[in-house]
Design a protein around this ligand. Structure first.
Ligand code: BMA
Length: 330
């Protein structure tokens, strides 16, 4: 059964030259380039991207590392000669899905870590994208962590997505949570931000996507949302792919960032067959934003992993996104 069509918001425009990064742009072994954290850094744009090493069309991934790319305009990217981060040991198989936030002049990266004992959320900090200090790793299972780009009352702020298996009442209905920290190492004050049942276009898990962006109306926050159906067979390099990932958008209170003050009832970006890089690839019909940049012009650049295969870019006017969260059409 095909998935019923979902449309993206008219507030969003895809960059016509999409994808902005793919495996062929990478000067070392690469098969899939997706889920990329992006931020402005020292007058340029910097991207940390997930790099899965595999053959085209073959779902067996041999290795995953995190690559680095730089750009003058946020559109044309130059990939550094070597990956910038990886984790591997007897316990840890890989680190992936980076999100970048600049806080007080240092660049922090959140990432997921697959281990023999579950999936953990990591945070590392760098000043040069060469040396990294790993500050914290959650207990399993947790991932999709994003740091706000500012502290509040001296405390670091993050959104995260634990995966409760027992006690949630449904096997994969996972939610967005908040935590804060005095030092980015020790985290607490956990609060529920958004339950997956509050998102009309999800029937399964949701999660933080890109780090929130400050606006006068609140923290503009892109999240991902999953709908799935046992009868679906979505295009994929492996059989049995049944999950569609869309992007949604909400506003969080500037002083109480665990409180949702507005949310768009419709998807912001849904995978559409007019853009085959979204519907065909390693896992088709996946929109997975990990980076958001607000320009002085009011343009918001939203970077997303498309079909778990490439990095794509969509833009929107910040006023339109705020209007969507207030239940108003742009
Ligand atoms: C999620 C994560 C992401 C991936 C997405 C779609 O659970 O594994 O890395 O992009 O699924 O496959």
């Amino acid at each position: 059964m095909p998935a019923p069509v979902l449309k993206s918001s008219p507030a969003v425009s895809r960059y016509p030259g999409n994808p902005v990064l793919r495996a062929a742009d990478v000067p070392y072994p690469s098969g899939l380039v997706f889920n990329a954290g992006i931020t402005r850094w020292q007058g340029r744009y910097v991207m940390a991207f997930r790099n899965d090493v595999c053959a085209q069309g073959d779902p067996h991934v041999h290795e995953t590392n995190i690559g680095l790319a730089r750009s003058e305009d946020g559109v044309a990217w130059e990939v550094a000669p070597e990956p910038c981060f990886s984790m591997k040991s007897e316990e840890i198989s890989r680190a992936y899905d980076p999100r970048l936030s600049v806080i007080d002049g240092r660049c922090y990266m959140c990432f997921a870590v697959d281990t023999r004992h579950g999936i953990r959320g990591g945070i590392a900090v760098t000043d040069d994208f060469t040396g990294w200090e790993v500050l914290s790793m959650t207990a399993p299972d947790n991932r999709n962590m994003v740091l706000f780009p500012e502290r509040l009352d001296g405390r670091f702020l993050r959104l995260e997505r634990p995966f409760p298996i027992y006690g949630r009442g449904a096997p994969e209905n996972f939610d967005i949570w908040f935590a804060d920290s005095p030092d980015c190492r020790y985290w607490g004050n956990n609060r529920l931000v958004l339950g997956s049942e509050q998102v009309a276009f999800a029937n399964s898990k949701i999660g933080p996507a890109a780090p929130p962006v400050r606006t006068a109306a609140g923290w503009l926050t892109v999240f991902h949302a999953v709908d799935k159906h046992d009868d679906w067979e979505l295009p994929s390099w492996h059989a049995g792919w049944k999950k569609r990932y869309t992007a949604g958008v909400m506003l969080l209170d500037l002083q109480k960032p665990w409180q949702v003050t507005g949310i768009s009832p419709e998807p912001l970006i849904a995978p559409e067959s007019a853009y085959p890089y979204e519907t065909e690839g390693f896992r088709g019909s996946v929109i997975f934003p990990c980076g958001c940049v607000l320009e002085d012009s009011g343009e918001v650049k939203i970077y997303y992993g498309a079909a778990d295969t490439v990095v794509a870019l969509a833009t929107a006017d910040v006023a339109d996104l705020i209007a969507l969260c207030s239940g108003r059409a742009p």
